[in-house]
Write a protein that binds this ligand. Structure first.
Ligand code: SF4
Length: 368
């Protein structure tokens, strides 16, 4: 038996079943994401397909059609039980890259939680391609082998290391580009940035600080951890073993002299992650390295400020830079009420409506 989308239940099944169907759809939509809905259905034994397949199904058909297909015979009691006793919505997981972007413009991050804005640009495509090339230098390794090497104290470089942990009650997740370990001691965290500007930005610093914090909460010793941000110019040379070379050079720079003490002022306003940072810099044709030590106090301060937004303890802040607003996708899509300047027209904007009635803003960078 199925419930027709236009006529949610046959007359014989009555209003109760129609009501159950509506509640079921509302429950799915109310999870706030397709992943949240899939996790709930999986936990209730109502779905067997992978998350990827579920994503595709919902994108193609919408939640109501998916719910309708599930509303059959032996699954209805499970649905009734789920609707009567839904599991609590788990706290929202925050990606480390999102946390870092709060230091560019927190309003962008905030608007990203409210609107579906998808950006396509040559820069993003080049960055993805560059990341893939550096990742391809690494050999696959099993988790068991990683654990064994950590236990015997071996040195190794791990690429795309997944990290997760709870900080101040907020679940954080991320993938560090490359981490050099000596057993359980984290010695170097290398983050790759593909950019035309060879500069170090607060977003870069906060990203590696947050990874350092997650390494610590995952049980690694970070007392001698050094961060390296590698800015790789677009269209620049890509020598063989570039990731390995950058890791080696960063370690050499870190070891030339001891690091001085860094004082970290506490600040309830937005902190400046770069102030007082003792950065060592190395330039070559293929990359620029910015190397600095992990400072647990600075990481605490910078991550804590960003988490204030996710804990609901303050309203989102926003940039004070009109040039950022000119280049902002949310401004181009006319979604930001506090923009400091008009959009500079770098994006073509298209709007689509999904089967669930959600609006998607597609932004395509001109010249692509
Ligand atoms: S328009 Fe400006 S203030 Fe608004 S989200 Fe974009 S960068 Fe932030």
């Amino acid at each position: 038996m199925t419930v027709e989308t236009d006529s949610p239940a046959s007359n014989s099944e009555g209003a109760g079943e129609r009501e159950l169907f509506r509640s079921f759809v509302a429950l799915l939509v109310g999870r706030g994401s397709r992943k949240g809905a899939w996790e709930m259905l999986k936990g209730a034994g109502l779905v067997e397909v992978s998350l990827k397949t579920f994503y595709a199904q919902v994108r193609k058909d919408g939640f109501e059609t998916i719910a309708n297909a599930m509303f059959v015979g032996d699954k209805v009691p499970l649905i009734r039980e789920l609707v009567a006793n839904p599991p609590p919505i788990p706290p929202r997981r925050v990606a480390v890259s999102t946390l870092a972007n709060q230091y560019y413009c927190e309003m962008q991050v905030h608007l990203g939680t409210k609107h579906d804005v998808r950006v396509t640009s040559a820069e993003l495509a080049a960055g993805n391609e560059g990341h893939a090339r550096l990742e391809a230098e690494a050999e696959p390794i099993t988790e068991e082998e990683v654990t064994r090497r950590i236990e015997v104290g071996e040195k190794m470089g791990l690429v795309e290391l997944g990290l997760a942990g709870e900080v101040e009650g907020v679940p954080l997740i991320g993938r560090a580009d490359r981490v050099q370990l000596e057993g359980a001691r984290a010695r170097l965290l290398l983050e790759w940035k593909f950019s035309g500007r060879r500069d170090l930005y607060p977003t870069h610093v906060v990203q590696v600080e947050a990874y350092g914090k997650l390494l610590h909460t995952s049980g690694f010793d970070t007392s001698e951890l050094v961060h390296a941000v590698a800015v790789i110019p677009r269209g620049g040379p890509r020598p063989e073993n570039l990731a390995e070379t950058m890791a080696k050079r960063a370690a050499e720079i870190a070891n030339v002299a001891p690091w001085g003490e860094r004082r970290v002022p506490t600040n309830s306003q937005m902190p400046d992650p770069i102030a007082g940072l003792g950065v060592r810099r190395l330039d070559s044709n293929a990359f620029t390295l910015f190397v600095f030590p992990h400072n647990a106090n600075a990481a605490e301060r910078d991550v804590s400020w960003a988490l204030g937004y996710w804990k609901g303890s303050r309203a989102p802040s926003h940039t004070t830079s009109p040039s950022r607003c000119r280049a902002c996708p949310y401004n181009a899509a006319k979604l930001c009420d506090v923009a400091l300047s008009p959009s500079d027209g770098r994006y073509r904007v298209r709007e689509m409506t999904t089967r669930d009635g959600e609006t998607v803003h597609l932004l395509i960078a001109n010249g692509r």
